[in-house]
Every structure is written in structure tokens, then in C-alpha cells.
Write a protein that binds this ligand. Structure first.
Ligand SMILES: Cc1cc2nc3c(=O)[nH]c(=O)nc-3n(C[C@H](O)[C@H](O)[C@H](O)COP(=O)(O)OP(=O)(O)OC[C@H]3O[C@@H](n4cnc5c(N)ncnc54)[C@H](O)[C@@H]3O)c2cc1C
Length: 530
């Protein structure tokens, strides 16, 4: 049973006492066992939250009615960065121009995470579904809930980072606790079994993920389990093709490292990239897709029996068609001292698994794109300060306006223009960075540096026959076909792709329609030559 002293709070702010009591009652009836409830008037919200914070309480969700409360919600994040915040609006409230304008403004400025319809006739399951999701998200941000694994290692070591990244990629909620000095890193699983210094493959295998596969024939092999590969797999398997997916990591690709995807159709509040990846993985698996994770594909060639895909360990899978969904890899920052500190304070990509490890620390981030903006907002929940270093003099050309607005509204995020990292130092872990700005250099203390400066495709291993553009991206035709018959490509790895989750998923589906057309043509007997 939850210790009542540690129960997180649900807070409701509303000047209308009767309505407020109604919401509190509705919440108490469902969540009273696990959560404390607190009600206050709109203009008392900040004060009430300050008192809760001073008392060491945790706040999971704050709900406030539109009248006079929206601005007060703006301050919640500063006091309780992991609390979810929603505006309560009445049924049909969205049709009222003033309410609609308020909701849009509060969303755009990052004051709220969502709007919620005031509870109606009991039991109001629509209201509760939203509240439950908000509670679940808050628990996830706090790193609470059932842990599938515990990493026992020097919490700031490279190995701890690698183990955490593998677990995040596999969608396994986990905790980290310091190990005994000199002891090798280990992972304890929920069933009590202990893995000493496991490789990604060993870890994935122990957690029940498919990491091995015997040589077999498939209709289509998809290389890469990011959005494009998972999109292709769901469509291929659901349309009756024997489908195998192979990925050198876990599932989700780059999308798996996104803390919150806001622009994917059908998820108005956004959803974590890891969750999207896990849902898609289950969907593809339920349609009968075979997966092999943590194994790199190193060769592709045509032989007598079809296309042959070879994995690094020599296992071969023969396919009638292949979809390349290889995505891209982060570009490295060529600066002295960084290579030695990679994984020990220097991270490429959003590295959301590291966010809680930078609690209360000074964090720097290099990059001016949407992924950098998103990562900064996520890190700012935990870090004392996040400083974004941008080479140019504006973010407007590279970042969506909603993210620029949200950065402006977050007090512990700074953006420094015309700035770059020119050096890094630390004993076994990043301690300081040397920055350059308009010719002047300074050394700053830094616990972490996140680098998100674009990416490049890893396509060198593909056969010559597959045409690539000058940057190595695969050139495709209207049906996503490459210049090698039977081989298709989708997502970020393709030339001139849009670099979005939705377009990668769509391209994966399109590639499968190309596969169908190709297989149909292959099966049609050709007229005999006279
Ligand atoms: C931090 C971050 C945040 C983002 N946020 C958003 C967002 O909010 N909205 C949005 O629309 N887009 C977002 N994006 C962009 C989006 O994630 C990508 O456009 C999308 O993931 C591309 O999908 P993909 O399947 O083509 O490639 P990827 O996601 O890169 O997946 C490629 C997969 O292929 C595997 N692979 C590569 N080579 C091999 C090989 N030889 N053998 C086996 N496997 C291999 C990799 O391990 C990887 O899993 C974000 C990106 C990042 C990095």
C-alpha cells in the first residue's frame, strides 16, 4: 500500500467552490487511495504549490478552470517540473471563441499540457481516461512505477549510460543505483536474475526480445526498426507478406529517443517516442512479423534464390524483396577532448535516458533544430540550467515556432547565438567546456553536453548498384524503389526525405505497395521470345 505521507497530489484550482468540490469528489472517488487531493481558488494556486513544495510533497497533476487560472498554471513547471497541467473547460467550451483562444494560447506558450472537459454525469470515463493518462505521464517523468530492471553501476559511467540506453530503446522502465566500488556493472531484472556486464544482445535476450534468428526465407526483409521500418512491417505483415525486421539496436530508431512527439496525427497531447515505438512493435508482432534486434546487417546481394541479407554474425535471410529503413546517424562534433568523454557527459542525440541524471546541473546543448528544442525542454525539467549554443543568429529558420515560444517561456533555458564549443575537459567525466563567442573564449563548468547537429546516412555497405546522392542518401522512385530491382527504401535514409515520423511511417507503407507491385510483376510469366 502507498504510504500516505508519500502520496503525490492532484491539485484543483477554481474560484467556483461548488464546481471545484464536484471535481475534487470525482477525483477522490477514483484516485483517493493513491493520491492526496488539494483544492484552492485560482489566485491561490502558486501559493498552494509553493507550500506543497516546501513540505516536500510531489504534485502529479494540476487542473485549473479557464476563468483566471491559465496564467497561474504557467508557474507550475518551475515548482513541479514533472507535474502535468491541464485547463478544465466545460462541455462545448471549445466553441466559445474566448475559451478556444485561451486554450490555444496556453498550449502554445507551454503553460498547459492539455485541456480536459469538466466531469459530467458519473461515472465520466472520458474524464477519467484523460486523468489516468496524465497521471501515468507524470509518474513516467518522475521515473516511478514498476521497474523492469535496475542498473547497478557507477551512475555516471559510460557503461551505466550504455545499459540505460539499451533499456530505454527496449521500452523497459528502469532505475539506476550505485554499485560497490570496483564491482562490474550489473543489471538486476524484475524476476531477481542478475546479468553481469551484459552486452545489448544479452540484455535484450534476457528480457524476452528476439535477438536470434535462424536462416530462413521471407517475402520481405525490412532493415531498420524505426518508424519507416515499423510502418513497412505493419503494412507488409497485415497484408499477408512473411515479414522479417532486423535492427542493430532496439526498436524506434531516432524517434525512440524523442521525449515528446507533438506532431504525430491522432495524439493531440503528443506521445513519447519510446511509447510510439513499443506500440508499433507490438502491432507489427501481432500481425506475425519476425524481429531480430541488436544485430547489424552488413551485406545485401542478389543470388540465385533471391535477395540475401547477411547479419554481422553470418546468419543469412533470403527475401523476395527488401526495404531499407536505415535512418541516419548523428553527426559528430570535431572538437578536442570530446571523443574521450562520449557517454561520460557528452551525448549525441537527445539521450532522454540521461535527463534525470543531470538533475540540478549545468547542461549545454549544441544545435538549433526541432530535436534540439525538444531535448532542451525535456532536460530543463531536471537540470538547473540548459544553455543552447547556436552558431547563427536566429532559431527561426531551423526550429518550429511552437518550440521557440516554449523555450522563451522556460526560465531555466538560455539561448546563446554565435556560440560554439571549442574544447572539453574532465577526469573520466565531462567537467568543463571551452566556448567561443564572437572571437572571445571562456571556460564554463558543465555536467553534460548534448549534441544535436544533424545526421548522415550509413549506407557505405550497400551494393554499388543502389544509387545514392552526393551525401549518401538512397535515391528512390515514386514507389520507393531503388535502382536495384526488389530493393526499396523509406524514411530518413532516402534522398530528399522530410525527416518526420509521419512521413517515415507513410513512406514505409508506400514501399510495401511498391513491393506488392514488384512481386506481382515477378510472378507474371513473361511472354516467350520468338
Ligand atoms: C531527438 C529527436 C526528436 C525528434 N522529434 C520528432 C518529432 O517530434 N516529430 C517528428 O515528426 N520527427 C521527429 N524526429 C525525426 C524522426 O524521429 C525521424 O524522422 C524518424 O525517426 C525517421 O525514421 P526512420 O525509420 O527513417 O529512421 P530511424 O528512426 O533513424 O531508424 C533507423 C533504424 O535503422 C537501424 N539501422 C541502421 N542501419 C542498420 C543496419 N545496417 N542493420 C540493422 N539496423 C540498422 C537503426 O538502428 C535504427 O533503429 C526527431 C528526431 C530526433 C533525433
Amino acid at each position: 500500500m502507498t504510504d500516505s505521507a508519500l502520496k503525490p497530489y492532484l491539485v484543483v484550482a477554481d474560484d467556483d467552490r461548488t464546481r471545484r468540490d464536484g471535481v475534487i469528489e470525482e477525483l477522490r472517488s477514483r484516485y483517493g487511495g493513491d493520491y492526496e487531493l488539494h483544492a484552492c481558488a485560482a489566485d491561490r494556486l502558486t501559493h498552494a504549490l509553493e507550500e506543497l513544495r516546501a513540505a516536500g510533497a510531489t504534485v502529479a497533476v494540476v487542473l485549473a478552470t479557464c476563468e483566471g487560472s491559465a496564467e497561474h498554471l504557467a508557474g507550475v513547471r518551475r515548482l513541479f517540473p514533472t507535474a502535468r497541467r491541464a485547463l478544465l473547460i466545460p462541455w462545448l467550451g471549445w466553441a466559445n471563441p474566448e475559451t478556444a483562444e485561451l486554450v490555444l494560447r496556453a498550449m502554445a506558450r507551454g503553460w498547459i499540457d492539455l485541456y480536459v472537459l469538466q466531469p459530467g454525469r458519473r461515472p465520466d470515463e472520458i474524464f477519467h481516461r484523460t486523468i489516468t493518462e496524465l497521471l501515468q505521464e507524470s509518474a513516467r517523468l518522475r521515473g516511478e512505477g514498476p521497474a523492469g530492471a535496475t542498473v547497478v553501476a557507477d551512475t555516471r559511467s559510460v557503461r551505466a549510460h550504455e545499459l540505460r540506453s539499451t533499456l530505454s530503446g527496449l521500452g523497459i522502465p528502469h532505475r539506476v543505483r550505485p554499485g560497490d566500488e570496483g564491482a562490474p556493472p550489473a543489471v538486476t531484472l524484475a524476476d531477481g536474475s542478475v546479468l553481469i556486464d551484459p552486452s545489448p544482445g544479452e540484455l535484450a535476450r534476457a528480457l524476452g526480445f528476439p535477438t536470434e534468428i535462424e536462416p530462413h526465407d521471407a517475402d520481405v526483409v525490412v532493415i531498420g526498426a524505426g518508424p519507416a521500418g515499423l510502418g513497412a512491417a505493419v503494412y507488409a505483415a497485415s497484408e499477408g507478406l512473411r515479414t522479417t525486421v532486423i535492427d542493430s539496436g532496439a526498436v524506434g530508431g531516432q524517434a525512440g529517443s524523442s521525449s515528446l512527439i507533438r506532431n504525430y496525427l491522432g495524439f493531440p497531447r503528443g506521445l513519447g517516442g519510446g511509447e510510439l515505438a513499443q506500440r508499433a512493435y507490438q502491432q507489427a508482432w501481432l500481425f506475425g512479423t519476425r524481429f531480430r534486434l541488436t544485430e547489424r546487417v552488413v551485406a545485401l546481394e542478389r543470388r540465385e534464390g533471391g535477395l540475401v541479407v547477411r547479419c554481422a554474425d553470418g546468419v543469412e535471410v533470403t527475401a523476395r524483396a527488401v526495404v531499407l529503413a536505415l535512418g541516419v546517424e548523428y553527426r559528430r562534433l570535431e572538437v578536442p577532448g570530446l571523443v574521450e568523454l562520449e557517454g561520460a557527459g557528452v551525448y549525441y542525440g537527445a539521450a532522454i535516458s540521461e535527463a534525470r541524471a543531470v538533475e540540478g546541473e549545468e547542461v549545454y546543448l549544441v544545435g538549433g533544430g526541432n530535436s534540439a528544442g525538444q531535448a532542451a525542454l525535456h532536460l530543463a525539467r531536471y537540470a538547473r540550467r540548459v544553455t543552447i549554443l547556436v552558431r547563427g543568429d536566429t532559431l527561426a529558420s531551423s526550429m518550429s515556432q511552437y518550440l521557440i515560444d516554449a523555450l522563451d517561456e522556460t526560465p531555466n533555458i538560455d539561448v546563446r547565438f554565435h556560440a560554439s564549443v571549442v574544447g572539453a575537459a574532465g577526469e573520466g567525466r565531462l567537467e568543463s567546456l571551452e566556448l567561443e563567442r564572437e572571437g572571445a573564449r571562456e571556460t564554463v563548468a558543465a555536467a553534460a553536453l548534448f549534441v544535436l547537429i544533424g545526421a548522415r546516412p550509413l549506407t557505405d555497405w550497400l551494393p554499388e548498384e543502389i544509387e545514392r546522392d552526393e551525401w549518401g542518401y538512397v535515391v528512390t522512385g515514386p514507389n520507393k524503389e531503388t535502382t536495384m530491382p526488389g530493393v526499396f527504401a523509406a524514411g530518413d535514409v532516402t534522398s530528399r526525405s522530410v525527416k518526420r515520423v509521419a512521413s517515415a511511417v507513410g513512406a514505409g507503407a508506400l514501399a510495401i505497395s511498391g513491393v506488392h507491385a514488384y512481386l506481382a510483376e515477378e510472378a507474371t510469366p513473361r511472354p516467350a521470345r520468338s
